[in-house]
Ligand binder design. Structure first.
Ligand SMILES: C=C(O[C@@H]1C=C(C(=O)O)C=C[C@H]1O)C(=O)O
Length: 440
């Protein structure tokens, strides 16, 4: 499919922002149609948005570049007033995992890449809350008038909204049966022992039928309490479905020439007691198998950054503890050689061997040949970028696609030569839990 350009902004973009009293972002999102966007980072930036003033889409292996080109048209003429750095125009969206992406359910409405510049955006930081309205082909006065009207409407919304009940789980179905998984892992380990592969991340999907339709913004709000150290996002391009999740993993943040990223790979459960917790963390940190697998990820990220960077700094490995799982984590930072667009860094890193494998092409091929469900946007870059090419992307894991009363969740794990199918299965189940628990 050739990229279409309904996002082109020949007539220019007008955006106006005003400060507002705090308001429930969930109540705002509940009352808006698709496209709807939610994005929040552990450091406190929180954005809820709806409508599309511009929408750029792309497919195929040059989708990163196509999006960047279309976005520069989009940002070419922007008349913006009243905001702060936090409210500057941003395009929100993401990419499919594979370049050869042909959406099948539940991924209807998700092309190979799509970014949206929202019509109405709420931004919350620790210094305040703002409302932004953006439009094309409208005069600044008209946009300001819409801003005042919307501000009055928002005054009617509650500052806090009582939490809705969880939708309740009617039934769950693994798209990959346990025996099939065992066979998949055995075949992957054979390829690894034969020297074709070093590592591959295999995933499965869990189809969850709910008692009631899911309100994703409410689910994300509940995840705020249980997973405060994670990103939380929703990208709902059409009414067909919304991709959402609470990923612990940053793919990249780029500000000026400073890149922050990490290797996050290697997993173990949490303990019932602090002692057991520490024992498990130690077991994770001491396991040679996990350490090797983790180092492959850290080295590959470093190698991916080096051609773009003046310096790359790989910090010490540590254990990152989440409510239901512990991971090995290595923070990595870099100073780039020149002005690179964040999408160039995204393209250089995706997929890291934390979600793909090594060598990258062989791992991607193995994933395509092995997995019996559509990865779609699972384990892919999701986030935003701005007119300067700064931006931030999470890895779309601990995630699912929601449509009415069905949510499809995804979870994967790194397979290496001596992986045991049963252990890997158990670890994958842990990765469904953050969202599954909130739906139940
Ligand atoms: C693939 C997933 O997680 C990734 C794989 C991990 C592993 O193999 O131990 C750990 C963290 C993530 O990088 C997932 O959550 O679905």
């Amino acid at each position: 499919m050739p990229p279409h350009r309904d996002g082109q902004l020949s007539a220019g973009l007008v955006t106006r922002t005003c400060r507002i009293s705090d308001v429930s972002f969930r109540a705002f999102l509940a009352g808006r149609p698709a496209p709807r966007i939610y994005w929040t980072t552990p450091d406190g930036l929180e954005i809820a948005a709806s409508g599309a003033v511009a929408r750029v889409t792309a497919d195929g292996s040059d989708r990163f570049e196509t999006i960047r080109d279309q976005a520069s048209d989009c940002f070419a003429s922007v008349d913006t007033e009243g905001g702060t750095e936090a409210t500057r125009p941003r395009l929100f969206g993401g990419f499919s995992f594979h370049a050869e992406h042909e959406p099948t359910p539940p991924w209807d409405g998700f092309p190979g890449a799509e970014f949206v510049l929202p019509e109405i955006q709420l931004t919350r930081t620790d210094t305040g809350t703002w409302l932004t309205v953006s439009a094309r082909d409208r005069t600044p006065d008209e946009v300001e008038e819409t801003l005042s009207e919307l501000r009055a409407e928002l005054d009617e919304l509650p500052g806090m909204r009582p939490r809705e009940e969880s939708p309740g789980v009617k039934s769950t179905r693994h798209t990959t049966a346990r025996e099939e998984w065992g066979e998949q892992v055995r075949q992957a380990t054979e390829r690894i022992r034969a020297g074709e592969l070093q590592k591959v991340v295999l995933a499965t999907a869990l189809e969850v039928e709910l008692e009631n339709p899911v309100a994703v913004p409410d689910t994300l709000e509940r995840l705020r309490t249980s997973y405060p150290e994670c990103y939380r996002f929703l990208f709902e391009p059409t009414t067909a479905g919304g991709f959402f999740g609470a990923p612990p993993e940053r793919l990249v943040s780029l500000r000026g020439q400073t890149v922050e990223t990490e290797a996050l790979a290697g997993s173990i459960a949490r303990g019932e007691t602090p002692e057991e917790d520490d024992e498990l963390a130690e077991q994770l940190a001491e396991s040679e198998k996990v350490r090797e697998e983790h180092e492959l990820v850290a080295e590959t990220i470093r190698d991916g950054l080096e051609p773009l960077a003046e310096t790359v700094v790989v910090a010490n490995r540590q254990v990152k503890r989440l409510s239901n799982i512990q991971h090995l984590q290595t923070p990595i930072s870099a100073t780039l050689d020149g002005d690179e667009h964040v999408l160039s860094v995204v393209e250089a890193l995706h997929p890291t061997p934390a979600v793909g494998g090594l060598p990258p092409e062989m791992a991607k091929r193995t994933i395509r040949e092995t997995e019996t469900f559509d990865r779609g946007w699972y384990a892919s870059p999701v986030g935003w970028f701005d007119a300067n090419g700064d931006g931030e992307f999470a890895v779309g894991i601990r995630s699912g696609v929601a449509a009415d009363s069905r949510v499809t969740l995804f979870g994967g794990n790194g397979i290496v030569a001596d992986s045991d199918p049963d252990d890997e299965w158990d670890e994958v189940q842990l990765k469904f839990l953050p969202i599954l628990d909130e739906l139940e």
